[in-house]
Design a protein around this ligand. Structure first.
Ligand code: ARG
Length: 412
């Protein structure tokens, strides 16, 4: 076999990508290498997935436990950026695609492939994220999607699997399209495509119903330079921090999200998410930034956070623009160290305390009690100068008859 003539396939172990292995081989003549990552999605073991890939005709199966890498290098970047696309979606799928892409490229180089494949349709963000991420790492690699480019549909899949005696159970198809990892879970399609339909209980697995919460749970999270390092005094790795907060915030029904979202390809889609750990950690991290970032740095960072989330949502994880924002965000985190106390209860993570050696909150400046060091009289001069443009403009507006109207208080 000639060098670099294989295809590496992002392989989940499910029906679509299992069939895709021999389907790709049949349609392109190329051998397929299956690539599977554990990013904390739970479910089957990597060993089971590897064996199924080989049984379905893969020539090699590349499997990696990437949970720590994902948590430390991807989720923590999203946390430092308080990343919430359109204000609410913590970029669950969007941050896993670049990591999977990196491993796909590594496997392509290791096993001699010139083409990368994935099970995405032609309608979503994930195809763009895979292919743009891959192109950013190795622009010589080609991409092919069996569903989008080779008309692999559900009916074809089932017939093909039967005909080729592929070892896959034809279980009832889940009514939803689901993507999950340690940062959260995305649920779409099925009856959710009618945006008036309320989510049903079976949509959720990371969170319990917030309407019937257990007793409230108080937690203290200690951050060092923007990263959680202790929970209730116990050392944690980033992965452990996310897992523990998924458990504790999930039990309180925190982090359920339901929205119409703007996809990169221009479609509006109805999306459900549950991301209990991500939502609780971002709430805590953001409050610590409220204490530790200087005012202008803080204001700029909130704008940067929003742009970062949009870029990463839009498949730009490896782009020069995102890298430049990463440098800014990283620089802002050097004083984001300290503790946040939160109460988790009934669907909400509420901050009730914060303390930090690097905090810019100054009791002596803030207090209304004795011990005040703020010279209130200096505000007179400040307001004179700060209000000067408004005063000059008001005089002009009055001259032109455009004074701001003040309702008179005559009672009729
Ligand atoms: N709309 C979300 C995003 O673009 C979730 C995608 C989830 N993928 C899936 N196959 N269900 O990030």
């Amino acid at each position: 076999m000639a060098d670099n003539s294989r295809i590496v396939l992002a392989y989940s172990g499910g029906l679509d990508t299992s069939v895709a292995i021999s389907y790709l081989k049949e349609r392109t003549g190329k051998d397929v290498v299956a690539v599977s990552l554990d990013v904390g999605q739970g479910g089957e073991s990597l060993e089971t997935i590897r064996n199924r890939a080989l049984a379905c005709g893969a020539v090699e199966a590349y499997v990696v436990d990437a949970r720590d890498e994902f948590a430390s290098e991807y989720c923590m970047k999203a946390l430092k950026a308080n990343a919430m696309y359109e204000g609410v979606y913590p970029l669950v799928s969007a941050i896993s695609r670049p990591l999977i892409s990196k491993h796909l490229v590594r496997a392509a180089h290791q096993f001699g492939a010139d083409t990368i494949s994935h099970g995405c349709t032609g309608k979503g963000n994930d195809q763009v994220r895979f292919e743009v991420s891959i192109a950013s790492i190795d622009p010589t690699l080609k991409a092919i999607s069996p569903i989008r480019d080779l008309s692999l549909t559900r009916d074809v899949e089932i017939a093909f699997a039967k005909e080729h005696k592929l070892p896959i159970e034809q279980t009832e198809k889940s009514p939803y399209s689901i993507d999950q990892n340690v940062w959260g879970r995305a649920i779409e399609t099925g009856f959710l495509e009618d945006p008036w339909n309320a989510p049903t209980k079976d949509c959720y697995t990371y969170t319990d119903d917030p309407a019937f919460p257990p007793v409230e749970d108080e937690v203290v999270i200690e951050f060092k330079e923007g990263v959680p390092v202790k929970i209730d005094g116990r050392d944690v790795t980033p992965l452990q921090a996310i897992e523990e907060m998924n458990r504790r915030a999930g039990a309180q029904g925190i982090g359920r999200i339901d929205l119409i979202e703007d996809r990169l390809v221009g479609i509006k889609s109805r999306e459900l998410y549950e991301a209990p750990g991500a939502v609780a950690l971002i709430t805590a991290h953001q409050e610590l930034e409220n204490c530790c970032l200087e005012r202008e740095q803080h204001r700029i960072k909130r704008d940067i956070d929003k742009r970062w989330a949009e870029l990463v949502y839009d498949a730009q994880w490896f782009s020069p623009a995102t890298q430049s924002l990463n440098a800014f965000i990283e620089d802002t985190q050097k004083y984001v160290s300290g503790e946040i106390r939160m109460v988790l209860h009934g669907g909400r993570a509420v901050v009730t305390g914060r303390r930090s050696d690097a905090s810019l909150y100054d009791y002596k400046l803030a207090t209304y009690d004795s011990g005040d060091t703020f010279d209130q009289k200096s505000s007179n001069g400040f307001i004179d100068i700060y209000g000067l443009p408004s005063r000059v403009a008001a005089a002009r507006d009055i001259k032109f008859g455009n004074a701001i109207e003040v309702p008179d208080n005559t009672v009729e």
